[in-house]
Design a protein around this ligand. Structure first.
Ligand code: ATP
Ligand code: MG
Ligand code: MG
Ligand code: MG
Length: 466
């Protein structure tokens, strides 16, 4: 089954179960400063879950474009390293707003996977939250899941969209890709390897997380589910990695052509094919490269892609040339890509031309520093100099470091950044860098910039944070 057919089968199935088909919303969340980019299908329904907005339907289904490259859900560092993570992906979801709850959410999911898609139950593993006896009973007694493929987990089975907002316990369905792939079942020590891949998360929305951490019950228990289209496509197409599915074949081929790569198996090609999707869609949705906020995240992704092209030997601008292949592949589902192709190419090319000027020199500076390196940690001052003088975002430097088994001294980098801020303050300038709080563990402390637009406030906030 092609990806487009799976998307269609999903939406048709849920329509036949009384759900209204709702189009994907923009990657830039409307009026939500707590959220960097749309990271799940439920985002556009946040206020409906909270009881602050009403819709003419109580059941909905969508295929939502998502970007996870910052904020609470950040997979930027996973791209190129796992078989299952993208910065941009499509999330298939069905939603109940105070209509059905756990029983039907579980039944629908099982029916879709086993009856509509015809997946063998013996390949499917299920988890629920440790505290969730109700969901456990439905899986055991009504669905008849084999207890050998069932477990109760803690943090992994509690989902929230951000530090605040709707949340609740969840139940997840995994697909076993078979013995040939290393990795243990959900909940085991090595469950992060890619043998058992999470395909679908059923969230039982019950609470709203307050800024102080308190959980307040929602007006009505609801359901929010999310299944990655690329992951289920991999299962249906009998391949292990998302990058092997139909959607990626032309893109990867185009990446080989525009970079002139000699090794068509290089993981840099996957990184580039992934990044063109997030970058092109972000530009289509109105984001442009900038030094702060959402635009800086876009800039980081573009520069990362350029660096991978550089690594493959391409020293000229290539990234913008992939927009045509992407528009050909995804244009039927997302006509805005075709309509905006020329604009997207222009924005990406401008960024390529700008970074081209410093990339080579920055790489030379880094290589020279590595010759002198004692130990395996790149000093913070080097990371800072690359950032400040050569436009290398810290995560880009980290990407290079990781390829060579090295790490970054992020503490030292922060210190340099703070010193620069102090100098700027002393000079009476209020130029502020949001990226200072970049945390390589995967969380970018995104403060929400709508409310922070006034520089005075930002400085106050940043100095409170230390
Ligand atoms: P993982 O544990 O594999 O990182 P997750 O638990 O973070 O996934 P959820 O937040 O539960 O993912 O999102 C719902 C579904 O969206 C997942 O079950 C998966 O199918 C899909 N998904 C999540 N993150 C990605 C990603 N970065 N790329 C592709 N698909 C994803
Ligand atoms: Mg994740
Ligand atoms: Mg997970
Ligand atoms: Mg999950």
């Amino acid at each position: 089954m092609k990806s487009a057919e799976i998307r269609d089968a999903f939406l048709k199935f849920f329509e036949s179960q009384g759900h209204t088909r709702v189009p994907s919303s923009s990657l830039v969340p409307a009026d939500d400063p707590t959220l960097l980019f749309t990271n799940a299908g439920m985002n556009q329904f946040k206020d409906v879950f909270l009881g602050a907005d009403k819709r003419p339907y109580t059941r909905a289904a969508s295929s939502q474009r998502c970007v996870r490259a910052g904020g609470k859900h950040n997979d930027l560092e996973n791209v190129g390293y796992t078989a299952r993570h993208h910065t941009f992906f499509e999330m298939l979801g069905n939603f109940s707003f105070g209509d059905y709850f756990k029983r039907d959410a579980i039944r629908f999911a099982w029916q879709f996977l086993t009856a509509v898609l015809g997946l063998p139950p013996a390949r499917l593993w299920v988890t629920v939250h440790v505290s969730d006896d109700e969901a456990a009973a439905i899986w055991m007694d009504e669905i008849g899941i084999d207890p050998a493929r069932f477990s109760r987990l803690d943090e992994d089975n509690f989902w929230q969209m951000g530090d605040t907002g709707p949340c609740g316990p969840c139940s997840e369905i995994f697909y076993d890709h078979g013995e040939a792939v290393p990795g243990g079942p959900p909940g085991s020590d090595n469950d992060d390897l890619d043998r058992y891949i999470e395909i679908w998360n059923l969230v039982f929305m019950q609470y709203e997380r307050q800024p102080d951490g308190e959980l307040v019950p929602l007006p009505k228990p609801s359901v929010d589910t999310g299944m990655g289209l690329e992951r289920i496509a991999a299962v249906m197409q009998g391949v292990h990695s998302n990058y092997e599915i139909d959607l990626f074949q032309h893109l990867l081929q185009a990446a080989v052509e525009v970079t002139g790569a000699r090794d068509s198996n290089s993981k840099s090609l996957c990184v580039i094919a992934d990044h063109i999707r997030s970058c092109a869609f972000l530009v289509a949705d109105g984001v442009i490269p900038a030094n702060e906020g959402r635009g800086y995240v876009l800039r980081r992704i573009i520069r990362r892609a350029i660096r991978h092209g550089h690594k493959l030997g391409q020293k000229k601008a290539f990234f913008h040339r992939l927009v045509a292949a992407l528009a050909a592949e995804m244009g039927p589902a997302y006509p805005e890509l075709v309509e905006q192709q020329a604009r997207i190419e222009k924005v990406l090319l401008a960024e390529e031309e700008q970074f081209e000027k410093t990339l080579d020199k920055g790489m030379a500076v880094l290589e020279a520093a590595l010759v002198d390196l004692k130990g395996t940690e790149i000093p913070g001052a080097v990371v800072f100099n690359l950032y400040d003088t050569y436009g290398f975002p810290a995560d880009l430097t980290n990407d290079i470091a990781r390829e060579r088994g090295l790490t970054l001294d992020m503490g030292g980098y922060e210190t340099c950044m703070e010193q620069q801020r102090a100098r700027a303050r002393a000079a009476g300038s209020f130029k502020v860098d949001y990226t200072a709080s970049l945390n390589l563990e995967g969380d970018t402390d995104f403060l929400g910039y709508d409310s922070l637009a006034e520089s005075g406030k930002v400085v106050a906030l940043l100095s409170e944070q230390g």
